[in-house]
Design a protein around this ligand. Structure first.
Ligand SMILES: [Zn+2]
Length: 295
């Protein structure tokens, strides 16, 4: 079922609604497919059905949106496409969803790709990204509907986020976390060590303040407020921002990261190239020496 849909886009100049448009492939008979629009506030998970689109129509208006929302609150859309005859179902796009953003041009795509390759091949290390839930049912364990606030400071149902589950399922990815200087300060009760540093990350998925990062040594970090998204023609190339290391007593250490025994045993945390291509000063010196005589 290739190329049933050619493109999907979101547009609106009205904050009360978002319009979702799609284009059928040239060889597609629109009447042969039942299309349902699905929406989520997370790019990768939790898609819920909005409603079926009329037969042959390639447009859907979503009026059920929050009119006031933060910069990091996005609505992602995807299409569920069911073949009326065979009953087969596919999604467009296959992974993730489309939101109101600039369509990437070829140069932006290439810049973003180079950043990702650099992180995957040389600079980055494996991390697990837990995106903070920004939307959904309030936590039943700690949220007081009358007071409209959280009433427990330690809650293992939402980990202090206030929304059921607290975080989305983790995404395994690569990130560069700069080695921070740590500072220890003596308070009246105990010594407190703090580590503040910065991260460098590629463009997908979108990182927001309050997200949780777990590195292979189970150091846990939260993303701070001031995230810099390098953009070209409004297309995100990479993301940088502040990280704060959590003390091991923090409730976020209870967020489960479940790997199988095989996954743990075979965990490759560094880019492979650093192990198969040794770099040493001797080799560098010899190549530099040769270079002089090759002029
Ligand atoms: Zn809670």
């Amino acid at each position: 079922m290739a190329n049933i849909i050619e493109s999907l886009s979101v547009r609106s100049f009205d904050r009360e609604h978002l319009d979702v448009f799609w284009k059928f492939g040239q060889m597609t008979d629109p009447a042969a497919y039942a299309i349902t629009v699905e929406r989520s506030t997370n790019q990768l998970s939790d898609y819920a059905q909005l409603g079926p689109a009329s037969v042959g129509l390639s447009y859907f208006r979503d009026t059920n949106i929050k009119t006031t929302r933060g910069f990091y609150h996005h609505y992602y859309y995807r299409l569920k496409i069911r073949d009326r005859r065979s009953g087969d179902t596919v999604y467009f796009p296959e992974a993730g969803g489309v939101t109101l953003e600039a369509p990437p041009d070829l140069v932006s795509l290439e810049l973003a790709r180079q950043r990702r390759v650099l992180l995957e091949a040389v600079e980055g290390r494996k991390v697990w990204l837990f995106q903070r839930r920004r939307d959904g049912a309030r936590c039943r364990n700690c949220w007081d509907a009358v007071l409209n606030k959280r009433t427990k400071s330690v809650c293992t149902t939402c980990y202090g986020v206030g929304i059921m589950g607290g975080f989305h399922a983790p995404v395994e990815t690569v990130m560069k976390i700069r080695s921070p200087p740590d500072t220890t300060s003596q308070t009246e009760l105990a010594k407190v060590t703090t580590e503040n540093t910065t991260f460098l990350y590629h463009n997908f998925p979108d990182i927001g303040a309050g997200d949780l990062i777990v590195d292979p040594e189970n150091s846990r970090w939260t993303v701070g407020e001031q995230i810099v998204k390098t953009q070209r023609n409004r297309v995100v190339i990479d993301q940088k921002g502040p990280l704060t290391r959590l003390p091991t007593t923090d409730i976020l250490f209870k967020v489960p990261l479940i790997l199988s025994v095989e996954q743990l045993r075979d965990l490759q945390t560094e880019p492979r190239v650093l192990y198969v291509m040794p770099h040493n000063l001797q080799a560098y010196a010899e190549s530099a020496y040769e270079a002089i005589y090759n002029v």
